[in-house]
Ligand binder design. Structure first.
Ligand SMILES: Cc1ncc(COP(=O)(O)O)c(C=O)c1O
Length: 384
């Protein structure tokens, strides 16, 4: 009989796989619940994008293996969008690489640049994909705390020098999941300086670049010198509510892009051509859709935050993304405890902060990915 590899035996279950299990259990028991756990927007893709997807699916060329580097016109559309959005120029042949969703690129990236035993620095709390990525590359993980007192920005000066000297890669993500904080340009400049000083590669995850309220998020590539050290990851998932389509891109340093392309060429066979066509359409035509999306999420956020406050919650954060990050009430022992209470007493699924790392322990994350009538239901009865 075969056994799981030692590698897989050591890997803890993926956070959302565990939450999915809890949901299946509720469904099995026929319990109705409100799901505020996963960042999977409910709004639906732009209609025009879906029409292109359907039409392009019927074209024979799109049914064949896609090019690893994606269609030329897709990379050109990304280049154009990037220039307009961030005023950053990219070379579409060397500095842009389409991905099967940003998670795919984020997780494969270290395989091309990190050696076994080298340090990968990850944020805590942080998107769980980074830990898995470091794990598969055989790296040592060093967690840096995103603390409330520092506006959920890491204190780079607190990273031990021996870790800095041995670190190969750092992951950071703003607009931030789960804390919702944004990174000011001054921090991004310090970050590029820090990475240049220690020769650390920066994987900057900008999956939520378009999901904001008042302050427009930056690209790391706006910072002078960033192209020497950084690759930025983008996604259409959250901007166009198409998490199921699996499309995004990496852009930045050309040698790093080349390393990721080499890894991917050995693993996948590109993005379905029709999805690329739909993505081009979205990037070129859908500014209106995205501003409507922001309005809808803002309306949900304002109601949710106000209701949380009225329910007695303090320290509520909802500055960007479609998440709300808040301290758990004082009478609960842990974030897991509070999330279990929400499931069993209120039929509400939220994500315990500890699932994002130990520095998330005293927090809970709500994803505002249900419509307002459901959000109102959350507060129909006393929440705590
Ligand atoms: C911070 C962050 N990065 C990346 C992703 C992955 O997004 P996708 O693979 O759908 O592009 C997510 C998904 O929730 C995320 O929260």
């Amino acid at each position: 009989m075969w056994e799981l590899s030692d590698r897989l035996k050591r890997l803890p279950p993926y956070l959302f796989a565990e939450i999915d299990r809890q949901k299946s259990e509720l469904r099995r028991k026929k319990v109705k619940f409100i799901d505020l756990s996963i960042g999977d927007p409910d709004i639906g893709a732009p209609l025009g994008m879906l029409k292109i997807l359907a039409a392009a699916s019927g074209i024979k060329e799109n049914q064949k293996y896609a090019l690893d580097q994606g269609k030329d016109k897709f990379r050109k559309a990304i280049k154009k969008w990037f220039k307009k959005r961030f005023t950053v120029s990219l070379d579409e042949d060397k500095e842009i690489l389409p991905l099967i969703g940003s998670k795919e690129g984020l997780v494969h990236f270290p395989l091309g640049v990190v050696n076994r035993g080298e340090y990968v620095i990850i944020p805590s709390p942080g998107y769980p994909g980074y830990r898995g990525a470091a794990f598969f590359a055989g790296a040592k993980v060093h967690e840096i705390g995103l603390l409330e007192k520092n506006d959920f920005l890491p204190d780079l000066s607190k990273i031990p020098v021996n870790v800095c000297n041995k670190a190969k890669l750092i992951y950071l993500n703003y607009p931030n999941n789960p804390t919702t904080s944004l990174a000011p340009l001054s921090f991004l400049k310090d970050l590029v300086k820090f990475c240049s000083k220690y020769g650390i590669i920066l994987a900057y995850d900008n999956a939520y670049s378009e999901v904001y309220y008042d302050q427009k998020p930056h690209s790391i590539l706006e910072v002078k010198g960033a192209k020497e050290v950084a690759v930025e990851f983008h996604s259409l998932s959250k901007t166009f509510c198409v998490t199921g389509l699996r499309v995004g891109w990496a852009c930045g340093n050309q040698d790093l892009i080349k390393s990721l392309l080499k890894v991917k060429a050995n693993i996948d066979s590109g993005i379905f051509g029709a999805i690329q066509e739909a993505a081009i359409w979205a990037l070129e035509k859908e500014a209106d859709y995205v501003s409507k999306l922001r309005k809808t999420i803002k309306d949900r956020r304002d109601y949710f935050v106000d209701s949380l406050r009225k329910s007695g919650f303090n320290n509520i954060y909802a500055d960007s993304t479609f998440y709300v990050w808040t301290r758990i009430p004082a009478d609960f022992k842990s974030s897991l405890d509070f999330s279990k209470y929400l499931i069993s007493e209120k039929n509400i699924i939220a994500t315990p902060g500890v699932g994002f790392g130990k520095h998330g322990e005293e927090f809970i994350r709500f994803a505002l990915t249900v419509d307002k009538s459901k959000i109102k239901q959350v507060f129909k009865n006393k929440l705590i």
